[in-house]
Design a protein around this ligand. Structure first.
Ligand SMILES: Cc1ncc(COP(=O)(O)O)c(C=O)c1O
Length: 402
């Protein structure tokens, strides 16, 4: 198919894409014309084991031949086992599965409503407040979009769901000012992914945890992009030494197969009663098999430890490369394999120039080039990416003014 003819049959929701990919293997991907690229986007933090990891492929094939789907009206033992594995990482609590990041956040928003309603003595209909951070991205469904501050996401869809407020990113005093008696929950990304890889500091995270504790407010963390070992810890918030009340997970959880999940601390897990929520596909045997394979490989190949070490040196080397072009690069941000260069020139042009030299990265936050290698990207692949970035920056002249 000619990709310039794209809009004939597809709603033009996405800009006409520049390339169509045909196959992938590990950190590499090939387009339909046979050109090879190093994929340091991982489908925006999804293909965390790289493309077609043999263990993942084998687990998915085996499960597909055995049982793909079963309604949640019946027991899905692989779902319970997956929940057990994930609660071992998050802490004492319980899980509910869905299909995507936005859906996971929708479930958290419903959890907050149930919690707030309980807090208000069961008075349904009362506006219950959820405080997010400016610049956060929580998804495109109605609730998740309402919890997202950016006008680019919200524009055209007013009126949005009521009860959402936005604190200044990484400013504890701003959160404190918004938490009142109607507030049921804080919902934030510990590291903003779409927002340009901006980290909430550990001190602010701890401060928000304390405020929530003092005021009986749920702390709900959106780990959809920054979780699943991407920062060198299973959950990014672990660096702050806190435990949230609820977590949203998706993206890397299925390694490319759609699955999302929420974890809810044991003390609040019973807010959902039979029938409070539901999903046809969420946590299907096939999705769970994919997620088990992801966890198996992360554990067997010690990917968390590797990302911590390799990510730290990748960032230092990226800073060295970036320092050669202070006219182009403002700063390098991020942790582990969730990195970004914030640019003084249009980031889309840099992303295109990198792709022309064989490196796939993705724009973020309006000014940043986001770099998300698969968790098993090795030193050689990182060196190759750095060389492409170096060459691209050293020869770059902006086409348009920033
Ligand atoms: C932090 C965060 N939350 C939620 C979402 C929405 O996830 P999905 O696109 O799977 O609905 C994303 C997607 O980029 C995300 O980065």
């Amino acid at each position: 198919m000619d990709i310039t003819e794209y809009s004939h049959c597809l709603i033009s929701n996405y800009a006409t894409p520049p390339v169509a990919f045909d196959r992938g293997e590990g950190a590499r991907i090939w387009d339909v014309e046979g050109n090879e690229y190093l994929d340091f986007s991982s489908g925006i933090a999804v293909t965390c084991l790289g493309h077609s990891h043999p263990k993942w492929v084998s687990a998915v094939q085996k499960q597909a031949a055995k049982l793909v789907h079963c309604t949640n009206l019946f027991a899905i033992p692989e779902q319970a086992r997956l929940a057990e594995r994930l609660t071992r990482k998050a802490g004492a609590g319980r899980m509910l599965f869905c299909n995507s990041g936005a859906e996971a956040n929708e479930a958290l928003i419903k959890l907050a409503r149930l919690y707030g309603c309980n807090k208000a003595g069961g008075k349904e209909g009362k506006i219950i407040k959820i405080v997010s951070a400016e610049g956060d991205f929580h998804g495109r469904t109605y609730g998740a979009m309402s919890a997202t501050s950016g006008s680019k996401i919200r524009s055209g869809f007013a009126p949005l769901a009521p009860g959402f407020a936005f604190a200044k990113f990484n400013e504890l005093a701003s959160f404190e000012g918004l938490l009142d008696e109607d507030t049921a929950a804080v919902l934030i990304e510990p590291i903003q992914g779409e927002g340009g890889v901006r980290e909430t500091t550990d001190d602010v995270l701890r401060g928000i945890r304390q405020l929530c504790d003092e005021r009986g407010i749920l702390l709900m963390l959106d780990e959809v992009q920054c979780g699943m070992a991407r920062t060198g810890r299973f959950f990014s918030y672990e660096s702050a030494g806190i435990t949230p009340d609820a977590i949203a997970l998706a993206k890397g959880l299925g390694g490319g197969f759609p699955i999302g999940a929420i974890w809810v601390r044991e003390s609040h897990a019973d807010l959902f009663k039979p029938g409070s929520h539901g999903t046809t596909f969420g946590g299907s045997p096939l999705a769970c098999a994919a997620a088990h394979a992801v966890l198996d490989v992360i554990e067997e190949e010690k990917l968390m430890e590797k990302v911590a070490v390799r990510g730290a040196s990748f960032k230092i080397e990226l800073e060295t490369v970036a320092a050669k072009r202070p006219d182009l690069v403002k700063e390098v941000r991020g942790r582990g394999y969730l990195l970004a260069m914030s640019m003084k020139v249009p980031c889309g042009e840099i992303v295109t120039a990198l792709r022309m030299r064989g490196l796939i990265a993705v724009p973020a936050g309006g000014d940043s080039v986001r770099i998300l290698p698969p968790l098993n990207a090795n030193e050689g692949e990182i060196a190759e990416a750095l060389e492409i970035i170096d060459k691209t920056l050293s020869t770059f002249t902006a086409l348009t003014k920033p």
